[in-house]
Design a protein around this ligand. Sequence first.
Ligand SMILES: Cc1cn([C@H]2C[C@H](O)[C@@H](COP(=O)(O)OP(=O)(O)O[C@H]3O[C@@H](C)C(=O)[C@@H](O)[C@H]3O)O2)c(=O)[nH]c1=O
Length: 183
Amino acid sequence: MPFTFEKTKLPGVVVCKPRIFADDRGYFFESWNLRDFAEGGIHETFVQDNQSASVKNTIRGLHYQAKPFQQAKLVRVLSGAILDCAVDLRPHSPTFKQSLLYELTDEKGISLFIPEGFAHGFRVLSDKAVVLYKASAFYAPEYDRGIAWNDPDLHIDWGIESPILSEKDKNQPRLRNIDHAEL
Ligand SMILES: Cc1cn([C@H]2C[C@H](O)[C@@H](COP(=O)(O)OP(=O)(O)O[C@H]3O[C@@H](C)C(=O)[C@@H](O)[C@H]3O)O2)c(=O)[nH]c1=O
């Protein structure tokens, strides 16, 4: 199996480590494989790939799509390094409101699998970072939702006070002000 799958403290969030073949030319690795991921417990059918580039100390997030267009995501860095963040928004989960921060780099090629029911965001650690993520549902702008990156109830230690944010992300609500029926 060219991958190892490691559980995290948030049930359903999985660290997916590829086997990297390095030689004088550079490297090769499989970044995703339907059969092997299914064996590893990840059965999502991905329907969309997204790519973004961001400068250092950008934070994108925290984002999710409301029901019935929730998205699972498989996040990987093509260039640079990020601190990726998943927040459990499943109201009945024992880890509801808890978050996980995990550093992803281009060198390691690790993907973070984030299931439906989570908000996602990341901070860019390198001068620039290019991020690629697969999504299990199509973009549905009417159902695009966000939570403030610095919501005090989430206690996320981003390690930065004044990130670069989109206008949208400067004005995201706190989780406590969101109708939980929408999550
Ligand atoms: C997410 C998305 C955006 N767009 C458009 C809408 C908008 O004009 C432009 C930029 O969108 P945003 O500012 O929302 O991009 P961004 O802030 O990068 O949003 C993304 O953040 C990360 C953390 C995620 O997890 C994603 O699901 C997504 O929400 O791209 C699409 O056409 N398709 C898409 O799937």
